[in-house]
Design a protein around this ligand. Structure first.
Ligand code: OGA
Ligand code: MN
Length: 286
């Protein structure tokens, strides 16, 4: 029951169509009292910034657990730990570095999971001296701004997503062995426009979006890349310039994100947790 002393979520919007800065103290965030409000604000704003919150790893895991649970969907990570985002083989396994190279292009985390990741969260531990910012784009507010005829034309389109499509972004001349490995990770077919249980529609795009089922490659690429260009344009995009200790969390169903280029060996280190998803991509779309 709410009382006069209940902790309130305090925040300010960053841009009209994306982002909010949460101003509560670490103690307030870790109390668990704000969990529902934080998830609601994330769904409304797409990206939440917790400036200089300075979570330890244990605190980041506790906070993630209070929001629905840190998921253990990735190699090298378990539920009680943070996942190290680094492009340096000295800091992270070689195969994980391979996969993280995809983070330099617009993407959604884990599009091939049957239940999509609800949210992802990064805390900056070591910054890149140059580059290494993270860009976010709200694919719900961009979808909402599409002309009605365009929305009607997209209705019912289905897109095949795969890791092997995204791998060509960073490794355009792979060996056959690499292709076999990438393709062994499978593919997933999901709607281009998804509706979540609260009725919000958003676009599912990014470097895993390979082709639109039933269209020829030219039309398919024009649709997927044209929408990505629109969805990541200025009104829908937020660029986070990191300070050590910042945490940023994003609604992974309704956001694209990417890192800007940085030297893989500069020491940049982000600690990631991911919040378990609750509903399939297609819950409300079917
Ligand atoms: C991720 C990711 C971007 C970055 O961890 O999922 O895409 O800026 N990271 O490191
Ligand atoms: Mn990512």
């Amino acid at each position: 029951m709410a009382t006069a002393t209940a902790t309130r979520l305090r925040y300010e919007a960053i841009k009209p169509k994306i982002g909010a800065r949460v101003l509560n103290t670490k103690e307030e965030l870790l109390s668990g009292e704000l969990s529902e409000d934080i998830l609601a604000l994330m769904e409304e704003r797409g990206v939440l910034v917790f400036p200089g919150i300075d979570f330890t790893d244990a605190e980041q895991v506790t906070f993630s657990n209070s929001l629905g649970g840190n998921a253990d969907e990735l190699a090298g990570q378990n539920q009680d730990a943070v996942f190290k985002v680094s492009l340096d083989e000295k800091a992270q396994h070689r195969n994980v570095v391979e996969y993280l190279k995809g983070s330099l292009y617009w993407h959604i985390d884990g599009t091939m999971n049957p239940i999509p990741i609800r949210a992802s969260m990064l805390t900056a531990k070591v910054l890149a001296p140059e580059g290494g910012d993270t860009l976010f784009a709200n694919t719900a507010t961009s979808y909402a701004d599409l002309p009605e005829e365009k929305k009607a034309a997209l209705e019912g389109l289905r897109v095949v997503h795969s890791l092997w499509c995204s791998a060509f972004y960073h490794t355009p001349e792979p060996t056959l062995e690499q292709i076999d490995d990438w393709q062994s990770k499978g593919e997933a077919e999901i709607p281009l426009v998804v509706t979540n249980s609260s009725g919000k529609k958003s676009l599912v795009l990014g470097n895993t979006a390979h082709y639109v089922k039933g269209l020829d490659m030219k039309d398919s690429q024009r649709i997927l890349h044209g929408l990505r260009e629109f969805a990541t344009s200025e009104p829908y995009m937020y660029e986070h310039k990191w300070q050590v200790g910042d945490t940023v969390m994003w609604d992974n169903r309704t956001s694209l994100h990417r890192a800007t280029p940085y030297d893989p060996y500069c020491g940049r280190m982000m600690h990631r947790t991911i919040i378990k998803g609750g509903e399939a991509w297609e819950t409300a779309a079917r």
